[in-house]
Design a protein around this ligand. Structure first.
Ligand code: NAD
Ligand code: GLY
Length: 365
C-alpha cells in the first residue's frame, strides 16, 4: 500500500500535469492512466536500476514495458549517452505513441526528457525522480537537455512531463552528499520567494540532513509548490523563472571548471548562492547579518562555501560569459533584493562583482 501525502498541479492549460508526493509509491501507484499507447520505455542508470527498476515496472500494469540502463553520472550527460536511448527505442520498435519514463536523478530526468522531446519529433514522458534535487527541482518545469564541453545544459528543449511521481522512500538510499545537494535547491526557494519557508528550514535543517521523513515530505511539497507556481507564470523563462537560477551563474562556472561530476550541481549552487548573497550585500540590498544567516544555513546543510582552491576571478568571468541568461554580451545575475525576494539584474557594479570574486578566489585574496 502507498501513502499519498500531497498532490499538486502544474497549471499550464492543456499541458497541465500532477505531482504526486508520497511513501511506498513505487511498485504500488498505478501510472498507466498517464500512458496513451501500449508501449513504455523506462530510462534509468546503473546505480538506480538495481535499486528501483523492478518496482517502477510495476507502476505500468497492462503496458508493454522496455528498459534502457545508462551509465551513471553527470559526465555521461552527453550526445553519446543520449543516443543509447534512441538506440533502445528503435531496436524495440517504439512508435510515436510510446511513453518514456525517467527513473533516477536530474541527469536521467534531463536526458530522458530531451530524448522524449526529440524522438519521432516528440513523445510524452513521465518523471519518477529519485534524488532530493530532482524531487524538488529538475523533475518539475520541463527543462530538458544535455551538457556541451563548453557549457552546462547548453543543448536542450522545453518539454513538459505528463506526470511527476515522487516516492520519498527512495531518499533513504541516497548518499549524504547528494542529500546536501538537494538541500541547496530547497534553501534557494526560501531565499528567492518565501521568507517563512526559510525560517522553517532554519528550524528543521538538521532533521533534513538526517533524512527525517516528515520534514522531508514537507520540504519537498513546499519546494514543488513554489516551483509549480513560478513555472505556471513563466514557463519559457522570459522573466520570473530566471530567479530560480539564484547561485547558478557562479555555480555553473564552478561545475564546468571542476569538470562535470567532480562538484555536484547542488554543491556548486550552494557556493554560488553564498557568492550571490555576498554580491547582494555589497550592492546594499541585504545586510551583513542577512549574509551571515544565509552562510550559516548553507553550512548547516553541509554544503561547500568556497569555489575550487585554484579557481581565479578570470576563470569565473570567462565561464560566466556563456551563461544562458546573458543578453547581448551582458552578464545577467540573480541577486537578492531582500531575504525572500530575488531579482535578475544586468547591472551589478563591476567593482562589486570584482570584489566578490576576489574575496572567494583564494589565490587572489
Ligand atoms: P544525479 O542525477 O547525477 O544523481 C546523483 C547520484 O545519485 C547519481 O549517482 C545517481 O545515480 C544516484 N541516485 C539517484 N537516486 C538515488 C537513490 N534513490 N539512491 C541512491 N543513489 C541514487 O544528480 P541530481 O543531483 O539528481 O541532478 C543533477 C542534474 O540535474 C544536473 O545535471 C543538473 O543540471 C540537472 N538539473 C536540472 C534542472 C531542470 O530544471 N531540468 C534543475 C536542476 C538541476
Ligand atoms: N532549475 C531552474 C529552472 O527550472 O528554471
Amino acid at each position: 500500500m502507498y501513502n499519498l501525502l500531497h498532490e499538486l498541479n502544474v497549471s499550464l492549460g492543456d499541458r497541465s500535469y500532477p505531482i504526486m508526493i508520497g511513501e511506498g509509491m513505487l511498485g504500488a501507484y498505478d501510472l498507466s492512466g498517464y500512458v496513451g499507447g501500449s508501449q513504455v520505455m523506462i530510462v534509468t542508470n546503473d546505480v538506480v536500476g538495481p535499486l528501483y527498476l523492478e518496482q517502477a515496472r510495476a507502476c505500468f500494469p497492462g503496458k508493454s514495458v522496455d528498459t534502457v540502463v545508462l551509465p551513471d553520472g553527470e559526465k555521461h550527460k552527453d550526445w553519446q549517452t543520449l543516443n543509447l536511448i534512441f538506440d533502445a527505442l528503435l531496436e524495440k520498435r517504439h512508435t510515436r505513441k510510446t511513453t518514456l519514463v525517467a527513473l533516477g536523478g536530474g541527469v536521467v530526468g534531463d536526458m530522458t526528457g530531451f530524448a522524449a522531446a526529440c524522438y519521432q519529433r516528440g513523445v510524452p514522458f513521465i518523471q519518477i525522480p529519485t534524488t532530493l534535487l530532482s524531487q524538488v527541482d529538475s523533475s518539475v518545469g520541463g527543462k530538458t537537455g544535455i551538457n556541451h564541453p563548453l557549457g552546462k545544459n547548453m543543448v536542450g528543449a522545453f518539454h513538459q512531463p505528463e506526470a511527476v511521481l515522487i516516492d520519498t522512500d527512495t531518499l533513504q538510499t541516497l548518499p549524504p552528499r547528494e542529500v546536501s545537494a538537494g538541500l541547496a535547491e530547497i534553501i534557494k526557494y526560501g531565499l528567492i520567494r518565501d521568507k517563512d519557508f526559510l525560517g522553517w528550514l532554519e528550524l528543521v535543517i538538521d532533521k533534513l540532513v538526517t533524512l527525517d521523513r516528515k520534514a522531508l515530505a514537507e520540504a519537498i511539497f513546499r519546494s514543488c509548490a513554489c516551483k509549480a507556481d513560478v513555472v505556471a507564470q513563466d514557463e519559457r523563462e522570459n522573466g520570473l523563472r530566471a530567479t530560480l537560477n539564484l547561485g547558478h551563474t557562479f555555480g555553473h562556472a564552478i561545475e564546468t571548471y571542476a569538470g562535470y561530476g567532480n562538484w555536484l550541481h547542488g554543491e556548486a549552487v550552494g557556493t554560488g548562492m553564498i557568492m550571490a548573497a555576498d554580491l547582494s550585500a555589497r550592492e546594499g540590498s541585504i545586510t551583513q547579518a542577512d549574509y551571515d544567516r544565509i552562510l550559516r544555513l548553507v553550512n548547516r546543510a553541509c554544503l561547500p562555501d568556497l569555489p575550487p582552491a585554484d579557481m581565479t576571478a578570470a576563470d569565473f568571468m570567462n565561464l560566466m560569459a556563456v551563461d544562458k541568461k546573458n543578453v547581448d554580451g551582458r552578464l545577467r545575475l540573480v541577486l537578492l533584493r531582500s531575504v525572500g525576494d530575488a531579482v535578475v539584474t544586468s547591472d551589478p557594479s563591476p567593482e562589486n562583482l570584482a570584489a566578490t570574486l576576489k574575496s572567494f578566489c583564494r589565490h587572489e585574496r
